[in-house]
Ligand binder design. Structure first.
Ligand code: SAM
Length: 260
């Protein structure tokens, strides 16, 4: 175990730092085993629980490239200032690296960090041509971190993977925490491309796992029905207010589904 607490280095939508006390209570009985997060996102949960063994996955390859460089003790040499012109210059450079198939480079990881901290709301969005197209963020002040060597000892013990959750090879005793994009009911819109079929595919995959499973999601009627029909125990929590795309702050109900 490491003594120093490491904060998530990126801004990431749907961060579950607020759920940590609940998750820690579940995790405490399984700390000898491996933590598996099929949707690791901003690493709020993995860094908060600081397991010795972990398998962390996300479908976003740029996020995982950044974590691969963190494992090697990334130290950023790129000039970083909160200026619009610089932001658009770096955004163009990042897109050029993707085109040149250099998205796995250290330079791409440094640019990804800068774009994440400086761009609008920490969004990670791409257009149909595959270009990162998030506008400048207009923050008053940004504290850029350059030295990530403190992450190295912990992250070196963990295994990272990129791709769809279904490609993960689970061991029967793994503790799985699944935090997929939220179900959005009554609309065709699929949050981050994660459709209702994906939600069903995930819940069935989790139901087959023999070890402990905790899944979180938005408490829509159909999510409650899906997980309870598969035999999960459910608890509903009040989630912190999120800013919706229309700008209003909507209270949301979060569901935690467990198989133990
Ligand atoms: C709600 S976020 C996870 C947030 C994370 N728990 C945290 O605390 O920062 C959901 C994540 O699922 C990823 N994702 C979307 N579809 C996926 C898929 N099919 N397989 C794996 N990851 C996926 C997204 O890139 C996103 O990072």
């Amino acid at each position: 175990m490491v003594a120093k607490r490491l904060d998530p280095p990126l801004k990431w939508a749907g961060g579950k730092r607020w759920l940590l006390p609940r998750l820690r209570a579940f995790w405490e009985s399984y700390t000898e085993g491996r933590l598996v997060e099929p949707f690791c996102g901003g690493l709020a949960v993995a860094l908060g629980l600081a397991p010795n063994k972990a398998l962390l996955n996300d479908i976003n390859p740029h996020l995982l490239n950044f974590y691969h460089w963190l494992q090697r003790g990334l130290s950023i040499s790129l000039e970083m200032t909160n200026e619009k012109d610089l932001y658009y210059q770096y955004r163009a450079r990042f897109n050029a690296l993707i085109k040149e198939e250099k998205a796995n480079s250290q330079e791409a990881a440094e640019l990804f960090y800068y774009l994440n901290r400086t761009g609008y709301n920490g969004l990670c969005r791409f257009n149909q041509k595959g270009e990162f197209n998030v506008p400048f963020g207009r923050y008053r002040r940004i504290n850029y971190q350059r030295d990530f060597r403190d992450f190295r000892p912990l992250l070196q013990r963990w295994e990272f993977q990129t791709g769809d959750f279904r490609r993960l090879k689970l061991r029967s005793e793994d503790f799985v925490y699944a935090d997929p994009p939220y179900d959005v009911e009554f609309t065709q819109y699929a949050s981050q491309g994660f459709t209702w079929d994906d939600q069903v595919r995930l819940a069935r995959w989790l139901a087959q796992h023999k070890g402990p499973v905790v899944a979180s999601n938005q408490a829509t009627g159909r999510i409650v029905e899906l997980y309870s029909n598969l035999g999960f125990k459910l608890s509903v929590l009040e989630a912190p207010r999120r800013i919706s795309c229309t700008g209003d702050r909507t209270p949301a109900q979060e569901i935690l589904a467990t198989n133990f």
